[in-house]
Design a protein. Structure first.
Ligand code: SAM
Length: 292
C-alpha cells in the first residue's frame, strides 16, 4: 500500500506526504507563511487529533483552515457534519473534489465556506465542536472570536504553536500566564492535550506544536460583564510589571477610584495582573460596573 493512502475503517482514505505534495502541485499552490500554511502529512497525527476531539456521529464540527483536507478527511467519518472555513480560494474550491475522491460516501456531510474565519458571524448550522490545525498567526484571536460568536460550541480541540498552547493553558503566577490564559478561562476549562513534532508538516515549521482542549463552562455571565472583564485584563497585562493600582488607571479612573474598586473586590491594589485568577478579574469588573 502506498504511504500516501491509508484507508480508515469507515469510508475515507487519509492523505500522506506524497499525496499532499501532488495535490498542491496539481493546484499550482505553494504554501505561504502569510496564511500559516503548514499541511499535515501524517495520517496518525490527524487520527490523534480526532480521537482527542471527543466528537461523535451527531456532532457538527467547524474546522478552521482545512487546507488540502488532511484533517477534514479524518473528521468526516466520525461526525454528522463538517463546516470547513478556508480563506484561500484555491484550497476552498479544491476541497469538495478531494473529499469526493477520498470519502465519496461522506461528501454530502461537508460544507466549505470560503472566508476569513475572523469575519465569520454565522454558520449554516450551530456547531458543537471546533477542531482545527490553526493558522499560527491568528490562533488566539480566532479561537476567542468563535467562542464568543457561537455559544453552541461545547468543546474545542486545536493544534497551535507549542508556546501558544502553554500560554492558553497557563494558570496565575507563572511567567507565561497572560491575556490568552485569562480570556480562554472565561469560556471554559483549558488543558493541554499533547505535543506534536515538526516533521508531520509540509513544509516543516520552525517550532513545535501542541494540542489544546477547552471544555465550555456553563455559566451565566452576561456579554457586558465579559467585555468589561476583558478590558481590565488587557490593561492589567498591558503594563504587566506595574501594580494594579497603576495599570488599571487608564480604564477605571483616578487612583482613588481604582483603589476603592479593588478594595471592594477584595483585591490588594499592590498586586500585579499576573497574580490574579479569572475570578479575581471578574470580581473587579463587577465592582467597576457599580461605579460606572
Ligand atoms: N487543516 C490543514 C492541515 O492540517 O493540513 C491546514 C492547516 S494550515 C496550518 C492553516 C490553514 O488555515 C491553511 O489552509 C490556511 O490557508 C488557512 N487560513 C489561514 N488564515 C485563515 C483565516 N483567517 N481564515 C480561514 N482560514 C485561514
Amino acid at each position: 500500500m502506498p504511504e500516501s493512502i491509508e484507508p480508515t475503517s469507515n469510508g475515507a482514505t487519509l492523505l500522506g506526504a506524497t499525496e499532499i505534495r501532488a495535490l498542491a502541485a496539481s493546484l499550482n499552490a505553494t504554501p505561504t507563511k502569510k496564511l500559516g500554511q503548514n499541511f499535515v502529512i501524517d495520517p496518525n497525527t490527524v487520527r490523534r487529533i480526532v480521537t482527542q476531539a471527543h466528537v461523535s456521529e451527531t456532532d457538527v464540527v467547524v474546522e478552521i483552515g482545512p487546507g488540502l483536507g488532511s484533517l477534514t478527511l479524518a473528521l468526516l467519518p466520525n461526525v454528522a457534519k463538517v463546516l470547513a472555513v478556508e480563506i484561500d480560494p484555491v484550497l476552498a474550491n479544491a476541497l469538495p473534489s478531494t473529499v469526493a475522491s477520498h470519502a465519496p460516501s461522506l461528501k454530502e456531510n461537508l460544507t466549505v465556506i470560503n472566508a476569513d474565519a475572523m469575519r465569520i458571524n454565522e454558520l449554516p448550522m450551530d456547531p458543537t465542536h471546533l477542531v482545527a490545525n490553526l493558522p499560527y498567526n491568528v490562533s488566539v484571536p480566532v479561537v476567542l472570536h468563535f467562542l464568543e460568536t457561537f455559544p453552541s460550541l461545547k468543546e474545542i480541540l486545536v493544534m497551535v504553536q507549542a508556546e501558544v498552547a502553554d500560554r492558553m493553558a497557563a494558570g496565575p503566577g507563572s511567567k507565561i500566564y497572560g491575556v490568552p490564559s485569562v480570556k480562554m478561562a472565561w469560556y471554559g476549562d483549558v488543558t493541554k492535550a499533547g505535543s506534536v513534532g515538526r516533521n508531520v508538516f509540509w513544509p516543516a515549521p520552525n517550532v513545535d506544536s501542541g494540542l489544546v482542549r477547552l471544555v465550555r463552562k456553563d455559566h451565566q455571565f452576561d456579554p457586558q460583564l465579559r467585555e468589561l472583564t476583558f478590558t481590565i485584563v488587557d490593561a492589567a497585562f498591558g503594563q504587566r510589571r506595574k501594580t494594579l493600582r497603576t495599570a488599571l488607571g487608564s480604564v477605571l479612573g483616578s487612583p482613588q477610584i481604582v483603589e476603592s474598586i479593588l478594595r471592594d473586590a477584595g483585591i490588594d491594589p499592590g498586586l500585579r495582573g499576573e497574580q490574579l485568577s479569572l475570578q479575581d478579574f471578574v470580581a473587579i469588573a463587577i465592582q467597576a460596573k457599580k461605579v460606572t
